[in-house]
Design a protein around this ligand. Structure first.
Ligand SMILES: [Mg+2]
Ligand SMILES: [Zn+2]
Length: 336
């Protein structure tokens, strides 16, 4: 039991969901799926597990469902991405069969046939049934927001996935972060670690925020921050502090998940958590050479006097985060 696997849902995760998708003309691989799979393929065996009740409903045949899935895999093969096997449940939800997700039959089968260690494997999908499948099979799980819509943020959170990702590439980055978790430093240790960096003559840059549901804009902010010095420390607001200053529905991702994901950025050298509503105590400890902040606060942000007192400066970046994350979430809810 040594191999690790990722069990992908099909519609809304790998290809666009056209509601009972089976015609080859509707085969549309979702943006970022190919780079995501390329990132993960050397570490994991890939499988597809899909519910296709359209078969039992008489909308299409099992052969058509298989043909469509094979066409998807052929398309991915062109980018040197291989799947071990795909599993299709053709039954109607009312039949109470043994193979329809969230039932774990197919994962247990795959585990036996391919010596998969489920505990170190993942399920990635766009629905609650995918996340429930993961729980039943004992894998970790990621919800991708590329498929179905939800009625509220609370509904998305309540599914209880290990991570919520805007798309499959974000999901891949989260999984890959197992290699970079040593960048996560506790609040108690961080001053000492930064002091050591400073003693080597390195210029320290700080940045703080919630970094909840990530998108490309975040990478740009981190790159600009990193360019201001040698060592970039990102301080994440704790869950409790975000609930206080943002909204009780946020964050979508827990502080531990956010720390892990943040560590995967090559621009980030260290990541820590702080529980106050402002980063002032942390900045007092770190005394950064440059503190990076969003343009909505500007040069006169509350951190400015403290940073300048110790000879540092404030660097302003245009933050599009709030707006884009909200827009992204807006598109996923209230449209059921
Ligand atoms: Mg799906
Ligand atoms: Zn079934």
């Amino acid at each position: 039991m040594s191999a690790r696997a990722i069990f992908f849902d099909r519609d809304g995760t790998l290809n666009r969901d056209h509601a009972f998708t089976y015609q080859i003309k509707d085969l549309e691989i979702i943006e970022n799926v190919v780079p995501a799979l390329q990132k993960l393929k050397s570490d994991y065996d890939f499988f597809i597990v899909t519910n296709q009740s359209g078969v039992k409903r008489g909308l299409f045949s099992l052969e058509e469902a298989e043909k469509f899935t094979s066409a998807l895999l052929e398309e991915l093969k062109k980018s040197k991405i291989d799947f071990k096997k795909f599993y299709i449940c053709p039954h109607h939800p009312n039949e109470n069969c043994e193979c329809r997700k969230p039932k774990a039959k197919f994962l247990l089968e795959a585990s036996k046939e391919f010596q998969i260690d489920l505990k170190s494997s993942w399920v990635i999908g766009d629905r609650g049934s995918d996340i429930e499948l993961a729980k039943r099979a004992g894998t970790s799980s990621i919800l991708v927001l590329t498929g179905v819509n939800f009625s509220s943020l609370q509904e998305i959170k309540s599914l209880g996935s290990d991570y919520i990702a805007a798309d499959l590439l974000e999901a891949a980055n989260f999984i890959e972060a197992e290699k970079t978790i040593s960048k996560i430093i506790s609040r108690d240790q961080i001053s000492k670690v930064i002091q050591q960096e400073r003693s080597k003559g390195r210029k320290i840059v700080t940045l703080n925020g919630s970094f909840d549901l990530l998108h490309e804009g975040h990478q740009k902010i981190l790159a600009e921050a990193k360019a201001q010095g040698d060592i970039l420390l990102v301080a994440l607001n704790s869950d409790a502090s975000i609930q206080t200053y943002k909204s009780p529905d946020r964050p979508l991702n827990s502080e531990n998940s956010r720390l892990r994901r943040m560590s995967a950025f090559s621009e980030v050298d260290y990541v820590t958590l702080f529980s106050e509503t402002t980063p002032l105590d942390l900045l007092e400890d770190i005394r950064p050479d440059v503190h990076v902040n969003g343009s909505e606060y500007g040069e006169n942000c509350i951190e400015a006097p403290l940073v300048k007192k110790y000879g540092g400066r404030i660097h302003i970046v245009k933050l599009v985060e709030g707006r884009s994350t909200s827009a992204l979430l807006q598109s996923k809810i209230h449209k059921k």
